[in-house]
Ligand binder design. Structure first.
Ligand SMILES: *Cc1c(COP(=O)(O)O)cnc(C)c1O
Length: 476
C-alpha cells in the first residue's frame, strides 16, 4: 500500500524519530537545569523580529522548525517552572505531566463525547474529586480552560437552578438576580456575571474582616436588603484561597446561610481547593463538602501542565440541564462509537475539546495526592519563613495576613509604592526572582505566591537577601 501523496506524515519516519528523541532530551535537560538559568529572560527585539514573518506558505520542515524553537522560543518563556518564580498563581508543572501532554497529543482524542477511553478517564477524575470533597456519587465534573471559565459555568448553573428551564429560551427577562462575593473575590467572578447577562452590578461585593474573609453580618444584611427591594438573591461565590493573599471564607457558615436562604453556594477554589490533598491543610476547607459547586485548577497547586481547570457540581443533573442541547449530528446510539448517555459536551459549552484528563491522571498516578499535599505544606512553611524574615527586617513590613502560601509585603519608608514596583521590576530584569505586584488597600505591594514544588527554604533565604540588597541599592 502506498501512502497518500497528501499525507502530512513525515517522509522519513526514522529521521522524525531521531529529531523527536532529541527534542524530548532537550526538554528534559532544560527541566533538570532550571536552577542554573535566570528565572526570566525577556524576548529580545531581534527574536521578536525573527518571529515576525508571514504564515509560511512553503514548508521549512520539522528540523528547521525545531531549530527555530530552540533558538527563538524555548529561552524566553514566562519562568514559572523556576524555583524563584513567585508571581501571580502559577503551577510549576512536572516532567510526567509533560510526557502525558505529548502522549495525549499523539492520541489526538476529541473529548467532547463518544464512546472511548478519554471520556472514561475524565469521569474517573471527576469521581476522584467528588470523593476528595465528599460529594455524592451523582456529582458531575468537567474540564475547562481554567477557573475563570469554571466560575462562569458555576454562575450559569446557579442561574438555571434559580430560574428553571425558561431561562435558556427566554433569558433572564426582568428578573433582578443578585449574587454575593467578598471584595477580595477574583475579578473573573464579576466578569462571569457580565458574560451571563446579569451585569457586574448584580454582584454584591461584601466587606471582609481583617483576615480577608467575607463578613457574615454584612452578607446577611445585604441579602435582606436586596429581598426587601424586590430583588432575587440566587448565588454566593465563596473564595477558598483569595488571589491576593489566600484568605479562605468561612465555608461552613456560608453553607448554613446558603441553605437557609436557598442560595446556590459556589466555591472559587482556584488554587486553594486542592489543599484537600493535604491532611494538614484540609481542615481549613471545612464546609467545602456542602457547596453546590466548586471551581479549581489542576494547573496551579496541582502542577498539571497548563491548562486544566475543573468544575465539580454536587447535582450532576443540574449541570446537564444547564447545557445539554439536542443536535441531530450528536444522536446517541445503542452500540458503537456514538454510545453513551452523558457526554462532556452535555455539561458545558465546549464541543471539541482535548484530553486534559490524561495529564491529570498521569500526574496523580506518578506523584500521588500525598506528595502533592506535602509540597503544598512545604510552600506554606516557606511562606511563613519569608513572613518571619520580613517581620524581623527593617527594610520591609508585611501588609496582609499569611494564612497559606502567599506573602504580601512592602518596603518601609517614604514612597513605598514606587519603590516596591522598582524592586520587583529589577528582580525580573536581572532574572533573579519573580514576585509580582498587587494592590492592597489601594497601595502597591510586593507579592510572593509560593506555589513551586521545587522551591526550598534556601531559595527563600536567597530571595530575601537579594531583595534586602536591592532595597539598599534603590535607596541610594
Ligand atoms: C487564578 C485564579 C482564578 C482564575 O483562574 P484561571 O485558571 O487563571 O482562569 C480565579 N480565582 C482565583 C482565586 C485564582 O487564584
Amino acid at each position: 500500500m502506498t501512502e497518500s501523496p497528501h499525507s502530512l506524515d513525515p517522509e522519513d519516519w526514522e529521521a522524525f524519530r531521531a529529531l523527536s528523541h532529541q527534542a524530548l532530551d532537550a526538554m528534559i535537560d532544560d527541566l533538570a537545569s532550571l536552577r542554573q538559568r535566570p528565572v526570566w529572560v525577556e524576548t529580545p527585539e531581534e527574536i521578536r523580529r525573527r518571529l515576525n514573518v508571514p504564515a509560511p506558505r512553503e514548508k521549512i520542515g520539522f528540523s528547521a522548525a525545531l531549530g527555530e524553537f530552540y533558538q527563538s522560543i524555548q529561552p524566553y518563556v514566562v519562568g514559572n517552572r523556576h524555583p524563584a518564580f513567585f508571581g501571580w498563581a502559577h503551577g510549576a508543572g512536572t516532567p510526567a505531566g509533560m510526557v502525558a501532554e505529548m502522549l495525549a497529543a499523539g492520541l489526538n482524542a476529541n473529548c467532547g463525547g463518544r464512546n472511548h477511553v478519554g471520556i472514561e478517564l475524565e469521569r474517573r477524575v471527576a469521581a476522584w474529586m467528588a470523593q476528595a470533597f465528599s460529594f455524592p456519587a451523582k456529582a458531575s465534573g468537567l474540564f475547562v480552560g481554567g477557573t475563570s471559565l469554571a466560575n462562569f459555568l458555576g454562575v450559569l448553573i446557579a442561574r438555571h437552578a434559580c430560574l428553571g428551564e425558561s431561562v435558556r429560551r427566554d433569558g433572564v427577562g426582568g428578573e433582578k438576580l443578585r449574587a454575593y462575593a467578598s471584595t477580595q473575590a477574583h475579578g473573573c467572578v464579576a466578569q462571569a456575571m457580565d458574560m451571563a447577562g446579569l451585569g457586574t452590578e448584580a454582584l454584591r461585593k461584601i466587606a471582609c474582616d481583617a483576615q480577608g474573609r467575607i463578613d457574615m453580618a454584612a452578607l446577611k444584611a445585604q441579602v435582606v436588603a436586596d429581598r426587601a427591594a424586590g430583588e432575587k438573591p440566587f448565588l454566593i461565590v465563596a473564595s477558598a484561597g483569595t488571589v491576593n493573599f489566600g484568605a479562605i471564607d468561612p465555608l461552613a457558615l456560608l453553607a448554613d446561610f446558603a441553605g437557609e436562604q436557598q442560595l446556590w453556594l459556589h466555591v472559587d477554589g482556584a488554587f486553594g481547593a486542592l489543599a484537600v490533598f493535604s491532611d494538614k491543610l484540609k481542615p481549613l476547607l471545612a464546609g467545602i463538602e456542602r457547596a453546590d459547586s466548586i471551581a479549581f485548577d489542576f494547573h496551579k497547586w496541582g502542577h498539571v501542565p497548563y491548562d486544566a481547570g475543573f468544575i465539580l457540581v454536587r447535582d450532576g443533573e443540574a449541570q446537564r440541564r444547564t447545557f445539554a442541547a439536542p443536535a441531530s449530528y450528536l444522536t446517541r446510539a445503542e452500540a458503537g462509537l456514538a454510545k453513551g448517555e452523558i457526554w462532556p459536551c452535555d455539561l458545558g459549552p465546549d464541543l471539541s475539546r482535548g484530553f486534559r484528563a490524561l495529564k491529570v491522571w498521569m500526574t496523580l498516578q506518578t506523584c500521588g495526592t500525598r506528595a502533592l499535599g506535602e509540597a503544598m505544606e512545604a510552600n506554606c512553611a516557606a511562606a511563613r519563613r519569608l513572613a518571619a524574615l520580613i517581620e524581623a527586617s527593617r527594610d520591609f513590613h508585611l501588609v496582609a495576613p499569611v494564612p497559606l502560601n502567599i506573602v504580601c509585603f512592602s518596603l518601609s519608608g517614604e514612597n513605598g509604592d514606587a519603590a516596591n514596583r522598582r524592586l520587583v521590576e529589577t528582580l525580573h530584569v536581572r532574572g533573579l526572582a519573580a514576585p509580582s505586584i498587587t494592590l492592597i488597600d489601594g497601595r502597591a505591594a510586593i507579592r510572593c505566591a509560593i506555589f513551586n514544588h521545587r522551591t526550598t527554604m534556601d531559595d527563600i533565604d536567597i530571595f530575601f537577601a537579594q531583595a534586602s540588597e536591592l532595597a539598599t541599592e534603590l535607596r541610594n
